[in-house]
Design a protein around this ligand. Structure first.
Ligand code: SF4
Length: 363
């Protein structure tokens, strides 16, 4: 058995599960912030093995899901322009905008929308289409932003003047602060996002323990990781402690990745941002810095976020705040399925609704 296989080893998982059952005293409401953890918990069936007293809340860690209706409306506005080629990662093209349209539909109707695997691919498209403005839709967290920043630096080195970024990148710590301050959610512990933590490290999470008195554990995505982090949260609570702990040391350094943070800070600057379901969170977004404003789609194309009607009937906002389980949405599995998603939480592979639909065994 390889070292990585051990993180799914049934015997080791059973040992940890036994300890969780033995040491859990009271109800534990924990949130996993990252969509990949949601999928991991359901794919491995852990939700069926944990004590009933453990209440699992999904958080705002799916980038496509937290993209606000007004932002999606702007993507569609861009796609409707003859002078623009929209470039984007795949998940985003199926996210419904106001009125039910999406980028995939726009593409089928003739809009120039290209799905790419790396933002660098957008530079190739820009080079090959000098008469068009090539706009990359910047959606994602601290994990994605450094790559987009490096792409912008490359665009400058290449002398490209028709490449733009519409930056709706979001930052995880301010969102957690907003949720931690919401008395309705009643968080008792957090599993922190492994991918984001590879960039930011653990320092930006210290306020969770210090100000909110909550245990927060950075962890990986295998069953053993999740169980180990739950046991850590239970033990901290039993001992009256609240600490930020990094249990994902095979991927995350406590200091994160300083070079990636440096590149991100060279290109982007913090700004207020809109989150689906949560609304405006101060300092929770990244926009292009003054030094890079020639690549800023908002400024160069004169774009403006407008108030739009939210998706009718969709409860993604409540789900992203841990206030509702996906299968409690009246549309779940009926009007809304992965084949015909009503909201982004059913579109994205990291979305809680999609994970519940695909793996929840007790529907
Ligand atoms: Fe939205 Fe569909 Fe999830 Fe309901 S099931 S919250 S409609 S994505």
């Amino acid at each position: 058995m390889s070292i990585l296989d051990k993180f799914s080893d049934p015997a080791l998982c059973k040992t940890l599960l036994d300890k969780i059952h033995a040491e859990l005293k009271d109800e534990l409401r924990f949130m996993e912030v990252c969509g990949t953890h949601t999928v991991s918990i359901f794919r491995s069936g852990l939700h069926t093995l944990l004590p009933d007293k453990i209440i699992h809340l999904s958080g705002p860690g799916c980038p496509v899901c937290v993209t606000h209706d007004s932002e999606v409306a702007l993507f569609l506005e861009l796609a409707a322009r003859d002078d623009v080629i929209v470039t984007t990662f795949g998940d985003l093209i199926r996210v419904p905008g106001p009125g039910g349209g999406n980028l995939k539909k726009a593409q089928a109707e003739g809009a120039r929308v290209s799905v790419i695997y790396s933002p660098m691919d957008a530079l190739t498209i820009a080079k090959e289409n000098p008469d068009a403005k090539v706009v990359f839709l910047g959606v994602g967290f601290e994990t994605t932003a450094p790559t987009v920043a490096a792409t912008l630096q490359m665009a400058r080195r290449m002398g490209l003047d028709n490449f733009l970024v519409l930056s709706f990148h979001k930052l995880v710590p301010p969102a957690i602060r907003a949720l931690g301050s919401d008395p309705e959610i009643r968080l008792q512990g957090l599993i922190m996002p492994g991918h984001v933590s590879t960039i930011v490290g653990i320092e930006p999470y210290q306020f969770i323990a210090k100000e909110f008195g909550l245990p927060a554990v950075v962890t990986g995505f295998d069953p053993l990781d999740v169980l180990q982090s739950l046991l850590e949260i239970i033990r901290q609570r039993n001992e009256g402690r609240a600490e930020v702990v990094n249990l994902y040391t095979r991927a995350v350094h406590d200091i994160g990745n300083p070079r990636a943070v440096e590149i991100m800070n060279e290109v982007f600057t913090e700004a207020d941002a809109l989150w689906r379901g949560i609304g405006m969170i101060p300092g929770s977004g990244l926009v292009l810095s003054e030094a890079y404003e020639q690549y800023d789609a908002m400024k160069q194309l004169g774009l403006e976020l407008k108030e739009v009607k939210p998706l009718a009937g969709c409860r993604c906002g409540d789900i992203l705040k841990g206030k509702m389980a996906p299968n409690k949405c009246p549309l779940f599995g009926k009007a809304c399925t992965p084949a015909k998603p009503v909201g982004p939480c059913m579109v994205s592979t990291e979305g809680s609704c999609a994970a519940y639909f695909k793996y929840h065994t007790d529907l």
